[in-house]
Design a binder for this molecule. Sequence first.
Ligand code: AMP
Length: 391
Amino acid sequence: TDDTRIRAAIPTIKKVLAEGGSVILMSHMGRPKKNPDPKYSLEQIVPAVEKNLGTKVEFAGDCIGEKAAEMAKNLKPGQVMLLENLRFYAEEEGKPRGLAEDASKEEKDAAKKALKEGPQKEFVKKLASLADCYINDAFGTAHRKHASTAVIADYFDAGNKMLGYLMEKEVKAIAAVMEKPAHPFCAIIGGSKVSSKIGVIKALIEKVDSIIIGGGMTYTFAAAQGGKVGDSICEPDMFPVALEILELAKQKGVQLVMSPDALIADAFSADANTDVAPADNIPDGWEGVDIADEGKKAFREHILGCKTILWNGPVGVFEIDKFATGSKEVALAIAEATKKGAYSLIGGGDSVACINKFGLADQVSYISTGGGALLEYIEFGDLPGVAAIRD
Ligand code: AMP
Protein backbone atom coordinates (compact mmCIF):
# COMPACT_ATOMS: atom_id res chain seq x y z
CA THR A 1 0.00 0.00 0.00
CA ASP A 2 2.90 2.38 0.61
CA ASP A 3 6.51 2.20 -0.56
CA THR A 4 7.93 4.89 1.76
CA ARG A 5 10.08 2.44 3.68
CA ILE A 6 11.37 0.77 0.51
CA ARG A 7 12.34 4.15 -0.92
CA ALA A 8 14.00 5.11 2.34
CA ALA A 9 16.30 2.06 2.17
CA ILE A 10 17.48 2.65 -1.41
CA PRO A 11 20.47 5.00 -0.79
CA THR A 12 22.25 2.44 1.39
CA ILE A 13 21.62 -0.39 -1.06
CA LYS A 14 22.87 1.72 -3.96
CA LYS A 15 26.00 2.65 -2.03
CA VAL A 16 26.92 -1.02 -1.51
CA LEU A 17 26.28 -1.86 -5.15
CA ALA A 18 28.25 1.17 -6.38
CA GLU A 19 31.25 0.09 -4.26
CA GLY A 20 31.28 -3.33 -5.92
CA GLY A 21 29.32 -5.26 -3.31
CA SER A 22 26.34 -7.53 -3.69
CA VAL A 23 23.31 -7.17 -1.46
CA ILE A 24 21.14 -9.65 0.41
CA LEU A 25 17.99 -7.87 1.57
CA MET A 26 16.18 -9.14 4.62
CA SER A 27 13.02 -7.68 6.08
CA HIS A 28 9.59 -8.48 7.40
CA MET A 29 6.03 -7.54 6.52
CA GLY A 30 2.98 -7.70 8.78
CA ARG A 31 2.57 -10.17 11.59
CA PRO A 32 2.44 -13.63 10.00
CA LYS A 33 1.85 -16.49 12.42
CA LYS A 34 2.84 -19.40 10.20
CA ASN A 35 5.34 -20.49 7.59
CA PRO A 36 4.69 -19.97 4.74
CA ASP A 37 1.87 -17.44 4.63
CA PRO A 38 1.37 -16.22 1.02
CA LYS A 39 -0.55 -13.15 2.19
CA TYR A 40 2.67 -11.85 3.75
CA SER A 41 5.19 -13.12 1.21
CA LEU A 42 7.88 -10.58 0.37
CA GLU A 43 7.74 -11.80 -3.22
CA GLN A 44 5.00 -9.17 -3.55
CA ILE A 45 7.45 -6.33 -3.01
CA VAL A 46 9.98 -7.47 -5.63
CA PRO A 47 8.53 -5.20 -8.37
CA ALA A 48 8.52 -2.17 -6.04
CA VAL A 49 12.12 -2.80 -4.96
CA GLU A 50 13.24 -3.35 -8.56
CA LYS A 51 11.48 -0.15 -9.68
CA ASN A 52 13.00 1.99 -6.94
CA LEU A 53 16.45 0.44 -7.24
CA GLY A 54 16.58 0.15 -11.01
CA THR A 55 18.16 -3.31 -10.67
CA LYS A 56 16.86 -6.86 -10.97
CA VAL A 57 16.09 -8.50 -7.62
CA GLU A 58 16.20 -12.28 -7.24
CA PHE A 59 13.75 -13.72 -4.71
CA ALA A 60 15.07 -16.50 -2.48
CA GLY A 61 11.73 -18.11 -1.54
CA ASP A 62 12.94 -18.62 2.06
CA CYS A 63 15.22 -16.72 4.40
CA ILE A 64 17.35 -19.68 5.46
CA GLY A 65 17.84 -23.14 3.95
CA GLU A 66 19.83 -24.59 1.08
CA LYS A 67 18.40 -22.53 -1.76
CA ALA A 68 18.97 -19.18 -0.01
CA ALA A 69 22.51 -20.26 0.95
CA GLU A 70 23.27 -21.36 -2.61
CA MET A 71 21.92 -18.13 -4.09
CA ALA A 72 23.89 -16.02 -1.61
CA LYS A 73 27.08 -17.91 -2.42
CA ASN A 74 26.64 -17.33 -6.14
CA LEU A 75 25.81 -13.62 -5.91
CA LYS A 76 28.11 -11.52 -8.08
CA PRO A 77 29.10 -7.90 -7.44
CA GLY A 78 26.20 -5.62 -8.33
CA GLN A 79 23.56 -8.32 -7.82
CA VAL A 80 20.70 -8.15 -5.33
CA MET A 81 18.66 -10.91 -3.72
CA LEU A 82 15.71 -10.67 -1.35
CA LEU A 83 15.02 -13.19 1.40
CA GLU A 84 11.50 -14.28 2.32
CA ASN A 85 9.66 -12.63 5.24
CA LEU A 86 11.79 -13.24 8.34
CA ARG A 87 8.71 -13.39 10.54
CA PHE A 88 7.59 -16.63 8.91
CA TYR A 89 9.91 -18.08 11.57
CA ALA A 90 9.01 -17.64 15.25
CA GLU A 91 12.78 -17.44 15.79
CA GLU A 92 12.87 -13.93 14.31
CA GLU A 93 10.84 -12.30 17.07
CA GLY A 94 11.66 -14.94 19.68
CA LYS A 95 7.96 -15.36 20.42
CA PRO A 96 6.91 -19.02 20.73
CA ARG A 97 3.98 -20.22 18.64
CA GLY A 98 1.39 -22.89 19.27
CA LEU A 99 1.23 -22.49 23.05
CA ALA A 100 -2.03 -23.52 24.70
CA GLU A 101 -4.31 -20.52 25.19
CA ASP A 102 -4.49 -21.17 28.91
CA ALA A 103 -0.71 -21.53 29.31
CA SER A 104 0.54 -19.90 32.51
CA LYS A 105 3.00 -17.04 32.58
CA GLU A 106 5.70 -19.46 33.80
CA GLU A 107 5.03 -21.79 30.86
CA LYS A 108 5.13 -18.88 28.41
CA ASP A 109 8.38 -17.54 29.88
CA ALA A 110 9.98 -20.99 29.77
CA ALA A 111 8.97 -21.49 26.12
CA LYS A 112 10.37 -18.08 25.22
CA LYS A 113 13.64 -18.79 26.97
CA ALA A 114 13.95 -22.17 25.24
CA LEU A 115 13.24 -20.59 21.84
CA LYS A 116 15.81 -17.85 22.33
CA GLU A 117 18.52 -20.12 23.65
CA GLY A 118 18.12 -22.84 21.04
CA PRO A 119 16.33 -22.34 17.73
CA GLN A 120 16.82 -18.56 17.60
CA LYS A 121 20.59 -18.95 17.86
CA GLU A 122 20.58 -21.53 15.05
CA PHE A 123 18.40 -19.26 12.94
CA VAL A 124 20.66 -16.24 13.46
CA LYS A 125 23.78 -18.30 12.68
CA LYS A 126 22.24 -19.39 9.38
CA LEU A 127 21.26 -15.83 8.47
CA ALA A 128 24.67 -14.45 9.42
CA SER A 129 26.47 -17.13 7.41
CA LEU A 130 24.92 -15.78 4.19
CA ALA A 131 26.94 -12.55 4.19
CA ASP A 132 30.30 -10.94 4.99
CA CYS A 133 28.86 -7.71 6.34
CA TYR A 134 25.74 -6.68 8.24
CA ILE A 135 24.05 -3.31 7.73
CA ASN A 136 21.02 -2.34 9.79
CA ASP A 137 18.93 0.30 8.05
CA ALA A 138 15.58 -0.66 9.59
CA PHE A 139 14.83 2.25 11.87
CA GLY A 140 11.17 1.22 12.14
CA THR A 141 12.14 -1.98 13.97
CA ALA A 142 15.25 -0.73 15.75
CA HIS A 143 13.37 -0.77 19.08
CA ARG A 144 12.97 -4.54 18.83
CA LYS A 145 15.64 -6.94 19.95
CA HIS A 146 14.85 -9.43 17.22
CA ALA A 147 17.10 -11.93 15.43
CA SER A 148 17.66 -9.79 12.32
CA THR A 149 17.58 -6.38 14.01
CA ALA A 150 19.93 -6.90 16.94
CA VAL A 151 20.98 -10.47 17.82
CA ILE A 152 22.67 -11.03 14.44
CA ALA A 153 25.13 -8.17 15.06
CA ASP A 154 27.00 -10.43 17.51
CA TYR A 155 28.05 -12.61 14.58
CA PHE A 156 29.97 -9.87 12.79
CA ASP A 157 33.24 -8.14 13.77
CA ALA A 158 33.16 -4.45 14.60
CA GLY A 159 34.49 -3.54 11.14
CA ASN A 160 31.87 -5.61 9.37
CA LYS A 161 28.69 -4.21 10.91
CA MET A 162 27.25 -0.76 10.49
CA LEU A 163 24.19 1.44 10.38
CA GLY A 164 22.77 2.47 7.02
CA TYR A 165 22.07 6.01 5.80
CA LEU A 166 18.41 5.93 6.83
CA MET A 167 19.33 5.01 10.39
CA GLU A 168 21.89 7.76 10.45
CA LYS A 169 19.37 10.30 9.15
CA GLU A 170 16.68 9.25 11.64
CA VAL A 171 19.00 9.30 14.62
CA LYS A 172 20.29 12.76 13.61
CA ALA A 173 16.76 14.13 13.13
CA ILE A 174 15.71 12.97 16.59
CA ALA A 175 18.93 14.23 18.14
CA ALA A 176 18.28 17.63 16.55
CA VAL A 177 14.99 17.79 18.38
CA MET A 178 16.00 16.25 21.68
CA GLU A 179 19.48 17.68 22.22
CA LYS A 180 19.42 21.30 21.09
CA PRO A 181 15.84 22.22 20.27
CA ALA A 182 14.89 25.82 19.56
CA HIS A 183 12.35 26.97 22.14
CA PRO A 184 9.44 27.03 22.65
CA PHE A 185 9.44 23.27 22.07
CA CYS A 186 6.03 21.58 21.92
CA ALA A 187 5.22 17.87 21.65
CA ILE A 188 1.80 16.90 20.35
CA ILE A 189 0.94 13.46 21.64
CA GLY A 190 -2.29 11.89 20.45
CA GLY A 191 -3.46 8.38 19.77
CA SER A 192 -5.77 6.12 21.64
CA LYS A 193 -4.29 5.24 25.02
CA VAL A 194 -2.32 6.77 27.87
CA SER A 195 -0.85 3.35 28.67
CA SER A 196 1.11 3.18 25.41
CA LYS A 197 2.42 6.75 25.62
CA ILE A 198 3.10 7.16 29.31
CA GLY A 199 6.84 6.54 29.11
CA VAL A 200 7.40 9.05 26.36
CA ILE A 201 5.21 11.70 27.99
CA LYS A 202 7.26 11.46 31.17
CA ALA A 203 10.51 11.68 29.21
CA LEU A 204 9.21 14.65 27.22
CA ILE A 205 8.29 16.60 30.34
CA GLU A 206 12.04 16.84 30.99
CA LYS A 207 12.67 18.41 27.58
CA VAL A 208 9.73 20.41 26.28
CA ASP A 209 7.97 23.65 27.15
CA SER A 210 4.51 22.28 26.45
CA ILE A 211 2.65 19.11 25.54
CA ILE A 212 -0.58 19.08 23.61
CA ILE A 213 -2.47 15.98 24.68
CA GLY A 214 -5.08 14.78 22.21
CA GLY A 215 -6.95 11.71 21.06
CA GLY A 216 -8.48 9.07 23.27
CA MET A 217 -6.02 9.89 26.06
CA THR A 218 -7.86 13.15 26.72
CA TYR A 219 -10.70 11.30 28.40
CA THR A 220 -8.51 9.38 30.83
CA PHE A 221 -7.07 12.73 31.93
CA ALA A 222 -10.56 14.26 32.15
CA ALA A 223 -12.03 11.35 34.11
CA ALA A 224 -9.03 11.18 36.44
CA GLN A 225 -9.81 14.78 37.45
CA GLY A 226 -13.45 13.96 38.14
CA GLY A 227 -14.85 14.73 34.68
CA LYS A 228 -17.65 12.81 33.01
CA VAL A 229 -16.61 11.14 29.78
CA GLY A 230 -19.67 9.12 28.73
CA ASP A 231 -18.69 6.18 26.57
CA SER A 232 -15.33 7.66 25.51
CA ILE A 233 -12.24 5.49 25.51
CA CYS A 234 -10.96 5.62 29.08
CA GLU A 235 -8.42 3.67 31.16
CA PRO A 236 -9.39 3.88 34.85
CA ASP A 237 -6.26 1.96 35.89
CA MET A 238 -4.27 4.86 34.42
CA PHE A 239 -5.93 7.53 36.61
CA PRO A 240 -3.06 7.66 39.12
CA VAL A 241 -0.58 7.93 36.25
CA ALA A 242 -2.56 10.73 34.61
CA LEU A 243 -2.63 12.64 37.91
CA GLU A 244 1.08 12.03 38.37
CA ILE A 245 1.76 13.47 34.90
CA LEU A 246 -0.33 16.56 35.68
CA GLU A 247 1.62 17.06 38.91
CA LEU A 248 5.00 16.44 37.26
CA ALA A 249 4.23 18.96 34.51
CA LYS A 250 3.26 21.53 37.13
CA GLN A 251 6.52 20.96 39.04
CA LYS A 252 8.61 21.31 35.89
CA GLY A 253 6.69 24.29 34.55
CA VAL A 254 5.57 22.40 31.45
CA GLN A 255 2.25 23.54 30.03
CA LEU A 256 -0.19 20.72 29.27
CA VAL A 257 -2.63 21.82 26.59
CA MET A 258 -5.88 19.89 26.26
CA SER A 259 -8.93 20.61 24.20
CA PRO A 260 -11.74 22.21 26.21
CA ASP A 261 -14.34 20.71 23.86
CA ALA A 262 -14.92 17.43 22.09
CA LEU A 263 -16.70 16.32 18.97
CA ILE A 264 -18.89 13.54 20.29
CA ALA A 265 -20.55 10.70 18.40
CA ASP A 266 -23.25 8.20 19.38
CA ALA A 267 -21.38 5.40 17.56
CA PHE A 268 -17.84 4.67 16.37
CA SER A 269 -18.80 4.89 12.71
CA ALA A 270 -19.06 7.26 9.75
CA ASP A 271 -22.86 7.42 9.92
CA ALA A 272 -23.01 8.23 13.65
CA ASN A 273 -24.85 11.32 14.90
CA THR A 274 -22.45 13.98 16.18
CA ASP A 275 -22.59 16.88 18.60
CA VAL A 276 -20.17 19.02 20.61
CA ALA A 277 -19.68 18.86 24.39
CA PRO A 278 -17.14 19.98 26.99
CA ALA A 279 -14.36 17.36 27.00
CA ASP A 280 -15.06 16.70 30.69
CA ASN A 281 -18.83 16.55 30.47
CA ILE A 282 -19.83 14.02 27.84
CA PRO A 283 -23.29 12.47 28.14
CA ASP A 284 -23.74 8.71 28.49
CA GLY A 285 -24.24 6.97 25.17
CA TRP A 286 -21.79 9.39 23.48
CA GLU A 287 -18.04 9.24 23.03
CA GLY A 288 -15.38 11.84 22.26
CA VAL A 289 -13.94 11.16 18.79
CA ASP A 290 -12.15 14.40 17.91
CA ILE A 291 -11.50 17.92 19.15
CA ALA A 292 -14.11 20.57 18.26
CA ASP A 293 -13.85 24.28 17.37
CA GLU A 294 -12.44 25.60 20.64
CA GLY A 295 -9.82 22.85 20.75
CA LYS A 296 -8.87 23.47 17.12
CA LYS A 297 -8.39 27.18 17.83
CA ALA A 298 -6.39 26.54 21.01
CA PHE A 299 -4.13 23.89 19.40
CA ARG A 300 -3.57 26.01 16.31
CA GLU A 301 -2.59 29.14 18.22
CA HIS A 302 -0.32 27.16 20.46
CA ILE A 303 1.44 25.39 17.58
CA LEU A 304 1.98 28.66 15.69
CA GLY A 305 3.89 30.05 18.65
CA CYS A 306 6.43 27.19 18.72
CA LYS A 307 9.90 26.82 17.24
CA THR A 308 10.27 23.04 17.59
CA ILE A 309 7.32 20.69 17.12
CA LEU A 310 7.20 16.93 17.56
CA TRP A 311 3.98 15.17 16.55
CA ASN A 312 3.03 11.59 17.36
CA GLY A 313 -0.55 10.36 17.24
CA PRO A 314 -3.73 11.84 15.74
CA VAL A 315 -5.96 13.98 17.96
CA GLY A 316 -9.08 12.17 16.78
CA VAL A 317 -10.27 9.07 14.98
CA PHE A 318 -8.79 10.39 11.74
CA GLU A 319 -9.52 7.21 9.76
CA ILE A 320 -13.15 8.37 9.63
CA ASP A 321 -13.30 11.61 7.61
CA LYS A 322 -15.96 13.17 9.82
CA PHE A 323 -13.66 12.77 12.83
CA ALA A 324 -10.47 13.87 11.04
CA THR A 325 -10.91 17.65 11.00
CA GLY A 326 -9.06 18.15 14.31
CA SER A 327 -6.04 16.19 13.10
CA LYS A 328 -6.18 18.11 9.83
CA GLU A 329 -6.11 21.41 11.70
CA VAL A 330 -3.08 20.21 13.67
CA ALA A 331 -1.32 19.13 10.46
CA LEU A 332 -2.08 22.49 8.80
CA ALA A 333 -0.85 24.45 11.81
CA ILE A 334 2.38 22.42 11.87
CA ALA A 335 2.92 23.13 8.16
CA GLU A 336 2.29 26.84 8.76
CA ALA A 337 4.66 26.98 11.74
CA THR A 338 7.30 25.17 9.65
CA LYS A 339 6.92 27.78 6.93
CA LYS A 340 7.58 30.42 9.57
CA GLY A 341 10.85 28.71 10.50
CA ALA A 342 9.93 26.09 13.11
CA TYR A 343 11.52 22.61 12.95
CA SER A 344 8.83 19.91 12.78
CA LEU A 345 9.35 16.19 13.26
CA ILE A 346 6.47 13.83 12.56
CA GLY A 347 6.64 10.19 13.55
CA GLY A 348 4.35 7.21 13.99
CA GLY A 349 2.37 5.49 11.28
CA ASP A 350 -0.88 7.32 12.04
CA SER A 351 0.50 10.85 12.19
CA VAL A 352 2.47 10.22 9.01
CA ALA A 353 -0.71 8.86 7.40
CA CYS A 354 -2.47 12.08 8.52
CA ILE A 355 0.20 14.29 7.00
CA ASN A 356 0.01 12.28 3.77
CA LYS A 357 -3.81 12.23 3.78
CA PHE A 358 -3.86 16.03 3.87
CA GLY A 359 -1.07 16.35 1.26
CA LEU A 360 1.32 18.16 3.61
CA ALA A 361 4.30 15.76 3.57
CA ASP A 362 6.54 18.27 1.80
CA GLN A 363 5.63 21.06 4.21
CA VAL A 364 7.12 19.63 7.40
CA SER A 365 10.81 19.36 8.31
CA TYR A 366 11.23 15.61 8.81
CA ILE A 367 8.98 12.56 8.60
CA SER A 368 10.30 9.60 10.54
CA THR A 369 9.81 6.05 9.27
CA GLY A 370 9.53 4.93 12.89
CA GLY A 371 6.63 5.09 15.32
CA GLY A 372 7.50 2.89 18.28
CA ALA A 373 11.20 3.31 17.50
CA LEU A 374 10.91 7.10 17.58
CA LEU A 375 9.08 7.07 20.90
CA GLU A 376 11.49 4.61 22.49
CA TYR A 377 14.47 6.57 21.26
CA ILE A 378 13.07 9.67 22.91
CA GLU A 379 12.22 7.74 26.07
CA PHE A 380 15.45 5.81 26.54
CA GLY A 381 17.92 7.80 24.43
CA ASP A 382 19.02 4.61 22.64
CA LEU A 383 17.63 1.66 20.68
CA PRO A 384 18.59 -2.04 20.75
CA GLY A 385 19.19 -2.03 16.98
CA VAL A 386 21.59 0.90 17.23
CA ALA A 387 23.28 -0.37 20.39
CA ALA A 388 23.86 -3.81 18.83
CA ILE A 389 25.97 -2.26 16.10
CA ARG A 390 27.87 0.06 18.38
CA ASP A 391 28.58 -2.17 21.40
P1 AMP B 1 -1.84 5.12 18.62
O1 AMP B 1 -1.55 3.86 17.86
O2 AMP B 1 -1.89 4.96 20.10
O3 AMP B 1 -0.98 6.30 18.18
O4 AMP B 1 -3.33 5.48 18.28
C1 AMP B 1 -3.74 5.82 17.00
C2 AMP B 1 -5.22 5.59 16.96
O5 AMP B 1 -5.84 6.40 17.94
C3 AMP B 1 -5.87 5.93 15.65
O6 AMP B 1 -6.32 4.73 15.08
C4 AMP B 1 -7.05 6.82 16.06
O7 AMP B 1 -8.24 6.45 15.42
C5 AMP B 1 -7.18 6.56 17.55
N1 AMP B 1 -7.86 7.65 18.25
C6 AMP B 1 -7.60 8.96 18.22
N2 AMP B 1 -8.50 9.64 18.95
C7 AMP B 1 -9.38 8.75 19.45
C8 AMP B 1 -10.53 8.85 20.27
N3 AMP B 1 -10.98 10.04 20.71
N4 AMP B 1 -11.19 7.72 20.58
C9 AMP B 1 -10.74 6.53 20.12
N5 AMP B 1 -9.65 6.36 19.35
C10 AMP B 1 -8.97 7.46 19.01
